[in-house]
Design a protein around this ligand. Structure first.
Ligand code: MG
Length: 291
């Protein structure tokens, strides 16, 4: 099942992909099943019931609505750094034997199609294409062998990073939390539609059509199951929590010459079997002037 979260006339809605057409309902419509986070929190059966309702709902033209992040208000967005050996090397880090973990806040999230904003204070806006795993049920001290049972589904993230702010101090939080830099979407795909842990799928990031990152999910140092085992060893992962699993090599800051995103660019992150997350890039000053 594939679900997309959207807004039309300022009312949120949820749609299901049925053979390439999106069938959806908005909050207030008869039968509206609730938003994706509510459904994930209610369990697998709730997603199946929602799908059954939505497949009989009217077709929604995604070009005529505003997409939202699949989940806009998770309890946690847990991001993983240095999870691909080539990327650790290009970034000048020794490959750690424990994942580098940092948080993102909901305030940084944007949807597919929304502009990634380059702030006035920096020109070092970089892309990071990543696989997202969404937790489906509370997980605490789960084994790697069982960990994938706790994943409801997958999506795509562009972990837009302000590099100079990321490295002003040892903690990366500021550079990873500028408003309008965390692109998430375009939709959510339940885990039964994808290989376990998305093993073998290809991830590609393109800036203005040029391939800048190209890797296999198999290249992760800490695969999805291992990440969940490690994270759940110290905290309870809750349904709807978003795990952003790290980026492969090819980021702009490590290139010679460096390549940063700027107003007018288009950045796409594609993961085989999931879709393409595409976002234009705008200067925040231009966006503010237009508002
Ligand atoms: Mg990242």
């Amino acid at each position: 099942m594939r679900f997309v979260s959207f807004k039309a006339d300022d009312v949120v809605g949820l749609a299901l992909d049925l053979d390439g057409a999106w069938h959806g309902l908005r909050d207030g419509d008869a039968g509206y099943p609730g938003d994706l986070l509510t459904l994930i929190r209610a369990g697998d059966a709730a997603l199946a019931v929602a799908a059954d309702v939505l497949k009989r709902a009217p077709v929604v033209d995604l070009d005529r609505v505003t997409l939202l992040p699949p989940i806009s208000n998770p309890e946690k967005i847990v991001c993983v750094g240095l999870n691909y050996t080539d990327h650790s090397a290009e970034s000048g880090f020794q490959q750690p034997d424990f994942p580098t973990i940092f948080g993102r806040f909901n305030s940084s999230l944007i949807a597919h199609g929304a502009p990634i904003l380059r702030p006035e204070v920096s020109v070092q806006l970089d892309y990071e294409g990543e696989l997202v795993a969404v937790i489906g049920k509370a997980a605490r001290e789960v084994s790697e062998a069982n960990a994938l049972d706790y994943v409801a589904g997958y999506s795509i993230f562009n972990d837009g990073s302000i590099r100079d702010y990321q490295f002003k101090a040892p903690q990366w939080t500021p550079g990873k939390n500028f408003d309008d830099t965390g692109a998430f979407g375009p939709w959510f795909v339940t885990s039964d539609e994808l290989p376990p842990g998305c093993a073998g799928l290809r991830l590609q990031t393109r800036l203005n059509g040029h391939v800048v990152q190209d890797a296999s999910i198999d290249d992760m140092v800490f695969p999805v199951a291992k990440l969940i085992a490690i994270l759940s060893s110290f905290m309870t992962l809750q349904p709807g929590d978003v795990i952003v699993t790290g980026t492969p090599s090819g980021v702009g800051v490590a290139r010679k010459p460096q390549l940063f995103m700027k107003d007018g660019d288009i950045c796409e992150v594609e993961i085989e079997g999931i879709g393409i997350l595409s976002n234009p890039v705008k200067d925040r000053s231009v966006q503010r002037a237009a508002a």
